[in-house]
Design a protein around this ligand. Structure first.
Ligand code: UD1
Length: 419
């Protein structure tokens, strides 16, 4: 099992080109199933979750090839509508293949993706929305057997109880080739939803309203292949900015999605860093000790503060002057990284959905285990500004979402190795 070793305390300085978005790549790869042709996806990050998505596509008969950061998916012919449990379990977001398979073939057999590091991850909203689209869904043991009546899903008016990203994506994927109009009310407004819709429009789909809370889709008989560039990863961006802010350095982040990162940038700016943006680049300078953030940092659906950036910002604030308060409103178990940060000397008190972080002038290196993707990134952030050496194990979590994180950190002058 690989580990990261990090010797902290170095100033980080330099320029990084932001990777393509993980949370866009996965639904867009699922959407490639719908185009019955060839989809060339540029800026596709090389991540274990992306390879897991390509294994799902292969297993239903698509051909996937990778060349640099371009993925080519040929979905002209498929020969199966079943996704085995072992593949469904490799990645929690495999559930979005349910909507895509229904859109392509009118039926599929998948399985419950199971619980995860962030707590139980129910799919009730996905199932009830698809049932409204005339899809019969039976749960049989661990299997979920789905069949659209008459072989094609029907457009419907759907109001989500919560703006779930995955449920919004599943409905969109099923609706673009369904019979008639689908309206999704209380839809997720995350930028990755707009990216998915951008890809689908390039394949000939008719969608409007994405980015707002009502999305309207007119189903088409068939979509076609296209070439598309995946948006930059706003969470990887938030991670590298947090690392450099905590390590009192300077960063030029290129290929950044500035408007989409605004909810994070506006909070990071309150720590006293200097942040400026110009033509797709974010410049960050952090000369002195960070200041605590005065207002409570509440994770909320977009355009609120992203839950995926909570852990990395918390690691940076662990050395700030004063106390910052976090309120996690999206997931029940999203403070599992705090024990590792405390082991590194952080002062963090967790009370239910609140975490109070009182900055310590110095953290110290420690041997810790990544608990989940963003929690692992938070441990790297803390280790980079801690005194001494840290070892981070279970880095398979980190590899799910960051393309060669150790190389990016070394490019900035950090001492981080994969052993
Ligand atoms: C996506 C992102 C993830 C991010 C999250 C919230 C991907 C691959 N993952 O996850 O990185 O942290 O959005 O921005 O894009 N819920 C239900 N029932 C459902 C569906 C969701 O109760 O049927 C709950 C979840 O348990 C969670 C909340 O709703 O508490 C938000 O989940 P959701 O927006 O669906 O997140 P994901 O799509 O799983």
């Amino acid at each position: 099992m690989q580990k990261f070793t990090i010797t902290g305390g170095r100033r980080l300085r330099g320029e990084l080109v932001l990777q393509g978005s993980k949370n866009s790549s996965l639904p867009i790869m699922a959407a490639a199933l719908l185009c019955c042709g060839e989809a060339a996806l540029h800026s596709c990050p090389k991540l274990t979750d992306v390879y897991a998505a390509s294994r799902i596509l292969n297993c239903v008969g698509c051909k996937c090839s990778f060349s640099g950061n371009t993925a080519v998916i040929d979905s002209r012919s498929i020969d199966s509508t079943d996704i085995p449990e072992s593949l469904m379990h490799e990645m929690r977001s495999s559930i979005i293949f349910m909507g895509a398979m229904l859109g392509r073939a009118g039926s599929c057999t998948v399985s419950v993706p199971g619980g995860c590091e962030l707590g139980p991850r129910p799919i009730d909203m996905h199932l009830s929305a698809l049932r409204k689209m005339n899809v019969d869904i039976r749960e049989n043991g661990g299997a979920i057997v789905c069949r659209a009546h008459g072989g094609r899903a029907k457009g419907a008016r759907i109001t989500l109880a919560f703006p779930s990203v995955g449920a919004t994506e599943n409905v969109i994927l099923c609706a673009v080739t369904a019979d008639g109009e689908t309206v999704i009310n209380n839809a997720a407004r995350e930028p990755e939803i707009c990216d998915l819709c951008g890809f689908l429009r390039a394949c000939g789909a008719e969608i409007r309203g994405d980015g707002g809370s009502s999305i309207v889709i007119n189903g088409k008989q068939q979509l076609h292949g296209c070439e598309y560039t995946i948006m930059p990863d706003r969470i990887a961006g938030a991670t590298y900015l947090s690392m450099v802010a905590a390590a009192k350095g300077e960063l030029i982040l290129t290929n950044a999605c500035i408007p989409e990162m605004e909810p994070f940038l506006s909070v990071l700016e309150q720590t006293g860093c200097s942040i400026s943006t110009f033509s797709g680049k974010i410049y960050l300078r952090s000369g002195t000790r960070l200041k605590a953030v005065k207002d409570r940092i509440r994770t909320m659906p977009h355009p609120g503060f992203p839950t995926d950036a909570q852990a990395v910002l918390m690691a940076a604030l662990a050395t700030a002057e004063g106390t910052s308060l976090f309120e996690e409103n999206i997931f029940d178990c999203r403070y599992r990284h705090t024990d590792a940060l405390v082991k590194m000397g952080a002062d963090i008190q967790v009370m239910g959905k609140i975490a109070a972080v009182t900055g310590r002038e110095r953290l110290h290196g420690a041997n810790v285990e990544a608990t989940d993707l963003r929690g692992g990134a938070a441990m790297v952030t803390a280790a980079l500004c801690a005194e001494g050496r840290s070892e981070i194990s279970r880095i398979c979590h980190i590899d799910r979402g960051y393309e060669k994180m150790e190389e990016a950190v070394r490019l900035l002058g950090g001492d981080m190795r994969r052993v």
